[in-house]
Design a protein. Structure first.
Length: 580
């Protein structure tokens, strides 16, 4: 006990050093204003209209996935609701970046396909006005879905090992007949028709046997697929029909920044689906050896990892055998296997920025949407604060008034010790403000009116800790102990009581945060954060300060203004020298 209180000045100094570091980080961030929620600042409203009639359960499932995407940090206070039978409304506080809008509307259907070895035709450049008509993609029995513009770009033969495929395709019995490798303009058989710029090719079950074994098909694609590939131009004005069961022809997600052109690909049926992804993370440059740009790390589940291992064993080291990572029908990366990947751990590389990498990782982490949306009907509006500036001013005024009332009461009742209360409350307020600013930048925490209420409620919790401690000190002094001894003896009893009380408050905040929704989560988060700060200030500032003040005769000899005089304690006189 004596060891803990021998150097209270060092404890207080360490606390202020930590607080100074926190504000130093705030200065590096460059913002001194907390992020405000929709009710205080307004933000962006995105209205998504489902494409066609969709079941209610699928609409709710899509809303849950979008909610998980935009509230990935858990405290960004975005609101996601369904409206009518086919609309999802997303309200995001503050100014919204384009990457967040892409995160919301992206289908996030990720598939891994082999790249057929066909002669590469010269990519078409973007026309100066409107895109010229181009041949359609290989058709699907299903109706085509809208595809949103994904982030990242193809890197061609990227040397970074990446993923591949869906279901393991077993060779068909009639695949022992090898086809000649087609030329850039194959001659169709008498029974085949070469697609023109407006026709579509329908694969029959007999056609599909030609690409049943994806590894064989990659080096010897069927002439019908090659004919569609040669007739296709990039970019296409039609959405890609990303049917996983058949080959497709598609383009890069973005133009090559050096050539200003798109690359087109003939791709095998999907070998691994995005549902095989167990986790996805955005990796900063330098986080792995030799990494010079942002990437998206992916961990596959056991089934996907088995397929990836089989494919990498067959393709490793051969730069002519590449595969494509296809997001919503567009190629975002087309690397080759440098070596065998046995554990399902890979990464997508491309022309990613920090925001686009994080956006893609978030979309993949929380899964693909079960429905598609009509892009023509999607609306993005800027909305004003629902409670306006007066409500914000009223909330701040209430917080300051509550803080002042607690300070005045403690100063009146505890006199000199009340100065410790005032200092502790000011330190707690400064610590809270620093953490709110840091969390706004790192975790997307936004301050709403319920959150402000949580911070105000926590002022009372903090004051309770002081009262319990001071009353224990006074009780010990009434029993005949000097102030220095009473501080240490009272601390042992008071800290157990305060920790128990704060633990109950933290537990209540956690339960409320887990089961609540919307802005109520903000109240729970703010309450839990303030309670943790109360414990931090109580242990690292309040107690050391009281131990330090106990060394001064103004307090230990019971000056009338100290709050520890005999009259205030209800004694005839203070004990002389005290006893242990």
């Amino acid at each position: 006990m004596a060891r803990n209180s021998a150097r209270p000045g060092r404890t207080v100094a360490a606390f202020f050093i930590g607080l100074a570091i926190a504000y130093g980080l705030v200065a590096l961030i460059g913002t001194w204003k907390p992020a405000l929620g929709l009710d205080l600042e307004g933000g962006t409203q995105i209205t998504l209209v489902a494409d066609g009639n969709v079941p209610k359960d699928q609409l709710n499932q899509a809303a849950d996935i979008i909610n998980a995407r935009v509230n990935g940090s858990g405290v960004s206070e975005a609101e996601v609701t369904t409206q009518g039978s086919n609309e999802i409304v997303v309200q995001v506080p503050g100014s919204t970046k384009g990457s967040l809008v892409e995160t919301v509307v992206r289908q996030a259907r990720l598939r891994f396909r082999l790249v057929a070895q066909v002669p590469q035709t010269t990519p078409q450049t973007l026309p100066s006005t409107a895109p010229s008509p181009s041949s359609p993609t290989l058709p699907s029995p299903n109706s085509p879905s809208k595809s949103d513009k994904p982030t990242g770009k193809s890197t061609g033969n990227n040397r970074t090992p990446a993923l591949l495929g869906k279901n393991k395709h077993e060779p068909k019995k009639d695949q022992n007949k090898k086809q000649d490798k087609p030329s850039s303009s194959p001659t169709p058989s008498p029974n085949e028709s070469v697609p023109d710029s407006t026709s579509e090719v329908n694969y029959t079950e007999a056609n599909k046997q030609a690409f049943g074994d994806a590894l064989t098909w990659m080096t010897n694609p069927d002439p019908q697929s090659v004919a569609v590939y040669n007739a296709y131009t990039c970019p296409s004005s039609k959405p890609v029909v990303d049917d996983p069961s058949i080959p497709i022809v598609t383009c890069d997600a973005q133009k090559d920044p050096t050539t200003g052109q798109y690359q087109k690909y003939l791709l095998s049926p999907a070998l691994i689906e995005g549902t095989e992804i167990s986790s996805a993370t955005a990796n900063a440059p330098g986080s792995t050896q030799g990494q010079v740009q942002w990437t998206v790390g992916i961990q596959l589940k056991s089934h996907g990892a088995d397929i990836e291992r089989t494919l990498s064993q067959a393709m490793a080291g051969d730069q002519s055998k590449t595969f494509a990572i296809v997001l919503d029908g567009k190629v975002i990366s087309a690397p080759f296997f440098e070596s065998v990947i046995s554990d399902g751990t890979s990464q997508i590389s491309g022309n990613f920025t920090e925001s686009s990498a994080k956006s893609l990782a978030t979309s993949l982490k929380y899964g693909a949407l079960p429905i598609s949306f009509d892009k023509q009907k999607t609306t993005i509006l800027t909305i004003g604060p629902s409670l306006a500036g007066d409500q914000l001013s009223a909330g701040i005024t209430a917080g300051i008034a509550g803080l002042l009332l607690v300070m005045i009461y403690c100063l009146f009742y505890y006199r000199g010790l009340g100065l410790v209360v005032i200092a502790s409350l000011l330190v707690a307020a400064a610590t809270t403000y620093a953490l709110v600013l840091l969390l706004a930048k790192s975790a997307g925490f936004t301050l709403t009116l319920p959150g402000i209420a949580g911070l105000i409620v926590a002022v009372g919790i903090t004051a309770d800790s002081f009262i319990v401690f001071f009353e224990r000190i006074r009780d010990e002094m009434r029993s005949g102990k000097s102030m220095r001894v009473a501080v240490e003896a009272g601390w042992i009893r008071a800290r157990a009581t305060c920790v128990a009380a704060d633990s109950v408050s933290i537990l209540a905040a956690v339960v409320l945060y887990i089961f609540a929704a919307g802005v109520v989560k903000g109240f729970a988060f703010a309450l839990g954060l303030s309670t943790l700060i109360d414990l931090l200030v109580f242990f690292w500032f309040t107690k050391p300060m009281v131990s330090w003040l106990a060394r001064f005769s103004f307090f230990n000899k019971g000056h009338k203004l100290s709050g520890l005089d005999a009259e205030n304690l209800g004694l005839d006189r203070l004990p002389a020298g005290g006893r242990a």
